[in-house]
Design a protein around this ligand. Structure first.
Ligand SMILES: NC(=O)c1ccc[n+]([C@@H]2O[C@H](COP(=O)([O-])OP(=O)(O)OC[C@H]3O[C@@H](n4cnc5c(N)ncnc54)[C@H](O)[C@@H]3O)[C@@H](O)[C@H]2O)c1
Length: 357
């Protein structure tokens, strides 16, 4: 049975068999002139066969493939896709189906939202991170000069179709990266979810359906009240101010890039430190969560010479004011506060704290 989670713009179907997608396409076939499926090379081989077996009408779709990886989430890749759509005579009734992780859904949503001033698209997220976070909430975009998500749009998919069957093919490191965002949801919204997490070791055999369901509900509730991030939606950025900087920095260095969810988990270590210093977060619980992260995620080592470039990346964040950098802090689990503008010297203390772990 499909679980359907709705908001004012679209429905999110959690249905492992994808039969709700087959039905949706059948009921709406008059609205679409043709179908394109956007994939990267991994979702091309690992996910297309299941999709086409479950949703036969998509066997007639054209497939567009991009190279996998955050370094390809660029305007250059987007331009290639717009050219391919044009060459293949896509029109305003063309449906773009984004089949992949957060890179594919961010990229595909962006490409669709501006091609011919907007064509319809749907998201079929295939990573844990995509299913719990990236594919819902209607943010699309690409990176610019290694700075994350600098070019983008708010654009609503027609629907999001989630099948956790795809996760069976996902590499273990990617699954655990997705758990970085799951941890974020627990800390900003659900002590109960944190209790579930802390009492089991992260492993690829966990019941991800439970996490997907819970996180989709949490995110949907938050974005529904603040689509354009004027206020409370900002709490979804907990762990991301420093996390995004670490992710971009590791990418620009090229030696050992860290994954988005890994960067968020490491960002949480530092943003919890700041929460304990500045927002009264309980020190013991801070240590407990930190230990959980250290037990489950590899550290990305930094030292003194990395502090300035990391701060410089944080300054590029879209949510800052003139002199200080915007953070989400926690007063307690489930009690986030946003628009906490913090000076650089205090942030450096958090980086120093992390560097000595
Ligand atoms: N728009 C948003 O609200 C939002 C929220 C969170 C994250 N994001 C973005 O999401 C991106 C990260 O997403 P991600 O972690 O899904 O990364 P990703 O899209 O790079 O996917 C991870 C890897 O797994 C492969 N893959 C995907 N599905 C697979 C499957 N079922 N089986 C085998 N391999 C598979 C991909 O090819 C890729 O190599 C970042 O760019 C981040 O900024 C966006």
């Amino acid at each position: 049975m499909a679980e359907i989670i709705e908001n004012s713009y679209y429905s999110i179907y959690i249905d492992n068999s994808l039969q709700t997608l087959a039905l949706y396409l059948d009921q709406n076939k008059a609205n679409f002139s043709k179908y394109f499926i956007l994939v990267d090379e991994n979702t091309h081989t690992q996910c297309i066969p299941y999709l086409l077996a479950q949703v036969k009408v998509l066997q007639e779709a054209s497939i567009l493939e991009i190279d996998a990886g955050e370094v390809n989430k660029t305007l250059k890749t987007a331009t290639g896709l717009w050219e391919a759509l044009l060459e293949n005579e896509a029109d305003r009734k063309t449906l773009l189906i984004n089949l992949g992780g957060g890179i594919v859904t961010d990229m595909g949503g962006f490409v669709a939202s501006v091609f011919k001033r907007g064509i319809p698209f749907i998201n079929i997220p295939t990573t844990l991170l995509g299913q719990t976070d990236a594919a819902i909430g209607s943010k699309t975009g690409v990176d610019l000069a290694f700075a994350k998500n600098q070019i983008g749009t708010f654009a609503h998919p027609l629907g999001v179709f989630i099948s956790t069957t795809f996760l069976k093919k996902l590499p273990e490191r990617e699954l655990l990266s997705g758990m970085g965002e799951v941890l974020k949801y627990a800390l900003i919204d659900s002590e109960q979810l944190w209790n579930v997490l802390k009492n089991q070791e992260l492993n690829p055999k966990m019941d991800f359906d439970v996490f997907v369901n819970e996180c989709v509900q949490i995110k949907n509730n938050i974005v529904e009240k603040d689509w354009y991030e004027q206020g409370r939606r900002k709490i979804l950025n907990f762990g991301h101010t420093i996390g995004h900087a670490l992710e971009s920095y590791s990418m620009s260095k090229g030696s050992r890039s860290i994954l988005h969810g890994e960067a968020v988990a490491l960002g949480i270590i530092m943003e919890l430190y700041l929460s304990a210093k500045l927002a009264g977060f309980n020190n013991e619980i801070q240590q407990e969560i930190q230990q959980y992260i250290l037990d489950n995620f590899a550290l990305y080592p930094i030292d003194k010479q990395d502090f300035e470039p990391l701060i410089s990346l944080m300054r590029k964040d879209k949510k800052n004011n003139d002199s200080n950098i915007a953070f989400v802090l926690l007063e307690d689990i489930g009690k986030p506060i946003y628009d906490q503008f913090i000076s650089e010297d205090v942030i450096i203390n958090a980086l120093k704290y992390y560097a000595q772990l």
